[in-house]
Design a binder for this molecule. Sequence first.
Ligand code: IPE
Ligand code: IPE
Ligand code: MG
Length: 234
Amino acid sequence: MIKIPEHIAIIMDGNGRWAKAKGKVRTEGHYQGVKNVRDTAIYANELGVKCLTLYAFSTENWKRPEDEINYIMSLPKVFFASYLKELMEKNIRIRMMGEIERIPENARRIFLDAIEKTKNNTGMTLNFALNYGSRREIVLAARKYAEDVKNGRINDIDENGFAEYLMTDSLPEIELLIRTSGEKRLSNFLLYQLAYSEMVFSEVYWPDFDYKEFDRCIDEFNHRKRRYGGLDES
Ligand code: IPE
Ligand code: IPE
Ligand code: MG
């Protein structure tokens, strides 16, 4: 029997190259990418995935041209206007992680509204990493931890305790990380959380990442032997 990972994280990469290959502008790639977020979320929910974390915008993506950033920040509106109703019907809960303060007011409001509307849903959690950077996340966690030691709220902490200070605090362990577009790096994504996750790299650009390619990634995950530093049981 095939095991469906409880928590899958995806670095959705290759929107720009997808567009370029088709002679289109980069923003068209981001638009198709958003449509694929819908398809992938619906499919993951059907498979029984508990949590799907999607890397949508990194703390380093602010280096991009202003026009492109503005376009990307207009996409939450497009996404939720088109699909929030369907996500509700599928019982999907929206969540996000990242430093929300720097996200433009419009996009932020739309996210907070979707989070509020879906907060009692009990199906899959669809977690968007937006203005997310793992180094920043770890620094913020360490700062908060130091404060809690200082004010006497805690006096000792272990790995599990520290993980609660991260932006993934209440989410299950990430079992599978997928990166699309053939790149093989983490680009500041979930550096702490991926310690023992399986990583699967897909050559496909994000807008073309369909359920067949998703199945292939899950199949590859199922062929891995996870040892966590120990020895094979057989
Ligand atoms: C991923 O696609 C989307 C974001 C980073 C926002 P890219 O925009 O990075 O596409 P490529 O890597 O240039 O093809
Ligand atoms: C990672 O992709 C960030 C997202 C997918 C949101 P990038 O395209 O920004 O990563 P690099 O620059 O190739 O490392
Ligand atoms: Mg990229």
